[in-house]
Design a protein. Structure first.
Ligand SMILES: [Zn+2]
Length: 343
């Protein structure tokens, strides 16, 4: 019996070595160690018939062989598993890659960056406004005291504690004048809010770029030169301009800056079709502006007899619409990828 056990062990070990797949290995395990008909199991079933002396010898021997075979089977199983795994993890470099959607900057952000760059080249600094500010900075310090009828032009939202989601980024004028030493120029690009009934040209949320320059002996020619240079650089076009009087409480005189229409080149029509962008007039009323009101300079603690300046507030949304021929301002906030992916 001892020989029989040795034979079974040797046979099993030599066959295990040759096995190349998991199924054959499992079959072999059943053949030798299966609970009912395994070769080793059958031998163990004979143990009760043996003499006590034989039992003492054969019992431990069978156990030893059983343990050795178990280890051999487990080891082989592990080896086969590793081979299978490395087969599964084969990496096919010829497969097409996964597609990633790459985001782009919103057209308003793209244009804001362009505008900032142009003014930075002209020596202007960039300030960021507070999106919610107080009455003093939004109105009073801009020569719009409480009860002033001109406040009606900026119908807006108020918070419960009397703060204002800013109606214009002019809210930084007073701070800029207090913090900086003339001569200085700043632009303030930012998001503004007004109580508007929305349509193709009006939104309750929009973007404005305020500009302010303060120095000595500043006059209208500085204002005109700055704005015209900017617009020609932005539209990459020679433009004609004209100014006409207007009223804004924080400037004196107050003006509208008009340029020849960028869509029809000032002709009022394109291919004999009336230009809808300029309403057939050939002119675009683009930028409300003017020379800074002496009272506004005084309220910031500067001497209006010594210092003068100019300011403007232009709609960033409008600049984007004109540059890309966008017909409806509401596209900007619609979150429609078909629109946004075109930029
Ligand atoms: Zn036109």
């Amino acid at each position: 019996m001892k020989n029989e056990i040795d034979n079974i062990y040797n046979q099993a070990i030599s066959v295990i070595e040759k096995i190349t797949n998991g199924e054959a290995l499992e079959a072999l395990r059943v053949e030798y160690m299966g609970r009912k008909q395994g070769k080793l199991t059958l031998l163990m079933k004979n143990i009760p018939d043996l003499s006590i002396a034989e039992k003492r010898e054969i019992g431990p021997l069978i156990n030893k062989v059983k343990n050795a075979l178990t280890i051999a089977f487990d080891k082989k199983e592990k080896t086969l598993g590793q081979i299978t795994n490395s087969e599964n993890s084969f990496f096919d470099i010829t497969l097409p890659g996964e597609k990633f959607n790459i985001g782009t900057l919103h057209p308003i952000t793209q244009v804001r960056l362009q505008v900032e760059k142009i003014f930075q080249k002209m020596g202007f600094e960039i300030l960021n406004p507070n999106e919610i500010d107080d009455d003093y900075h939004v109105f009073t310090s801009l020569n719009l005291p409480p009860q002033h009828p001109a406040r009606d032009m900026w119908d807006t939202f108020w918070t419960e504690n009397d703060l204002i989601p800013i109606t214009h980024t002019s809210s930084m004028q007073n701070r800029a004048m207090k913090e900086k030493t003339p001569p200085f120029g700043v632009i303030v690009p930012g998001r503004c809010f007004r109580h508007e009934a929305t349509d193709a040209h009006h939104e309750h949320t929009f973007y404005q770029v305020e500009g302010l320059y303060i120095g000595e002996n500043i006059n209208l020619s500085h204002l005109i030169g700055t704005i015209l240079t900017f617009l020609q650089e932005y539209f990459q076009k020679e433009l004609r301009y004209k100014i006409q009087p207007s009223y804004f409480p924080f400037v004196e005189p107050g003006l509208e800056f008009l340029v020849s229409c960028v869509m029809c080149d000032g002709k009022g029509e394109k291919d004999k079709i009336p230009c809808s962008t300029c309403g057939h007039s050939g002119w675009l009323e683009l930028i409300p502006c003017g020379l800074t009101h002496p009272k506004v300079i005084e309220m910031a603690g500067l001497d209006p007899k010594k210092y003068s300046g100019f300011a403007w507030g232009m709609g960033l949304d409008r600049l984007v619409m004109l540059k890309y021929g966008i017909e409806d301002i509401r596209h900007f906030h619609a979150g429609d990828l078909r629109f946004l992916k075109q930029f």
